[in-house]
Design a protein around this ligand. Sequence first.
Ligand code: ADP
Ligand code: ZN
Length: 746
Amino acid sequence: MTDVPTPTAERDAPRREPQSYAPGACVAVRLPLPLTDAYDYRVPDGLTLATGDFVRVPLGPRKTVGVVWGPGTGDVPDNRMKAVIQRLDAPPMTAEAMAFADWVADYTLHPPGAVLRMALSVPEALDPPKVQTAYRAAEPRPGTDKPGIRMTPARERVLAAADGPPRQAAELARAAGVTPGVVAGLAKAGALVACDLPAFPPPPPPDLSRPGPDLSPEQATAADALSAAVSDGFSVQVLEGVPGSGKTEVYLQAVAETVKAGRQVLVLLPEIALSAQWLERFQARFGTEPALWHSEVTQAQRRETWRHVAEGRADVVVGARSALFLPFRDLGLIVVDEEHDGSFKQEEGVVYNARDMAVVRARLGRIPVVLVSATPSLETQANVDRGRYAHLHLPARHGGADLPEVLLVDMTRNPPQRGQWLSPPLREAVTRTLERGEQALLFLNRRGYAPLTLCRTCGHRLQCPQCTAWLVEHRLLQRLQCHHCGHQMAPPHTCPACGAEDSLVPCGPGVERLAEEIQALYPDARVALATSDNLYNQRTAREFVRRIERHEVDLIIGTQIVAKGYHFPLLTLVGVIDADLGLSGGDLRAAERTYQLLYQVAGRAGRAEHPGRVLVQTYMPEHPVMAAIQAGNREEFIRAEAKSREEAHMPPYGRLVGVVVSGTDEAAVDAGARALGRTAPRGPDVQVLGPAPAPLAMIRGRHRRRLLLKAGRATAVQPLVRAWIKRAQIPRKVRVLIDVDPYSFM
Ligand code: ADP
Ligand code: ZN
């Protein structure tokens, strides 16, 4: 985003009083389907509905759930209008949540129904809860003398275990160390009383009586500012500080403050599924886990969490971007940790940036939002400069540990041996580190063994049949994989083009190939790979962290998955194998992203008493990103980067909207793209580039063309784009994806 115009107008303010609708009235019901309009339904006899109510309605031959969005249009004749079937037993959607859904649809130019579908991601949550039977001891407790019930030591233990909140039979049996039969026998005899239990209880509330750590003066100042903001309506606070400066400790104070005020908190974290250390921190601070919301959470658990959030029984939710659409009863604070992270941008379905929409959500709810980062995005920085966001700064690492020393290794002067990737200086540094019994991290942002396989005889490159992409060799799995569509195959023995035998060779390094080199150089070193192939959920992430912490590993070879969040006390050396990797391609944010990534990786080196070192291998030591990383001069880099963006009228000093036309029929795609090109809006402050084949010209067999609308910062792009898409004659089988404030230009 450049600067999402935060909602201020009257019409954006959440409606305060929900209207009610008597039998016979006509209501507009929004359905969680990719539809622009709500549908009219009649309120049946015996039912009174209110705005926000969840209802079941007929839709053609089916039934579906929906939300009463307001009065109906009245355009449907009475005799054709269908009636609402029932109101569902769930807390109604709040005016804030409804206004938010409207706002997101309006801003992203995606159908309101598609946005509602994100808010209704677990429709089962609207069904009556599945009850489970639990047991508690009958009153009065039968003694040994109670007629009809023969007591045994096992039965005694069960009754003792049942002397508290009701528990399920299996749980009671486990607690008492008996077979389930013992519990069943007691229930039959009437010594245990059955009652209903919801499937998952909400997490216990955070224990606010636990003291947090003693904050340093700078930390205390920041924490006080956040705490003050908690009761003071809408605000955006940017919490900036080097890794390890205590940002998390500081915002946990504001979390405690909000819960104390009886309101809910949402913490958005990228890669939450892997954030084992974050959850342990939370647990240590508050004695309980927060409610979790991400792709790894089971459907049954999602259903419960959705309910708990809606009923106001989950105090703190930590989640991925989609958690923003949970039905909070009374949201009081949003924290966006690692706010600069590109994974807050959702690229499929409704295309939106959760960081930006969090600000919108906060504004609509009149609550504070905290944007946390060691390297705030240029967008956020610009909003600080414009005075729209408050800025809190933690200048130093907690405990005074220094930031690691960063050295550039000029690869043109220090080339590695042929077919290897470690330069002599980096090898030397790894050797020293291992000799001292410390740990090293080698960072290479490439999964697999080699990014490209080439025929030495004819030059043929192995490509995905469905995508404009090379197949990546994964030697451990003995597969060639497409990282875009998941297509895979066994590595062929002969070249598919010329038939030559044994002539296919890997080109370039991936982490597996690097591991091979390392293992040959240091046969005794214990090496661990860390990529999304082996760290894919909380269990694997936790196990990985344990192994490093117990010093069962000497060398970590990892992709960006290890770049953030982890603190390993013995890790003193970080080697960046190919720092230039992210700079090619001419992406608007390539330099900024590369800086952020390198900075974050560097932050893994050195903690507490062990000073760290970072060696960055680059063929472009004079590149501004490399110079800034070495000098530790973020300020200057950001200024230079901002200046060049401003001169080019690029975000955050101008607006962009990406339009991707795609389909399986290439001629139709081209026709659609040309139609959009012909009807493109033009003006003194508006320009449309393209159509042109997308860099990824084909994905999953769909051909892709791109257009890019570029406009001045003051331009309201949404009405322009809406009218544009409407006037272009686009073939039916072609899909048009609109991406407001694009992050991906592929
Ligand atoms: P950041 O979020 O900026 O990376 P953290 O909040 O994770 O920093 O703090 C880094 C480490 O320092 C953590 O282990 C944290 O518990 C510790 N720490 C930070 N501030 C304090 C403090 N005031 N007292 C004790 N430990 C602290
Ligand atoms: Zn593919």
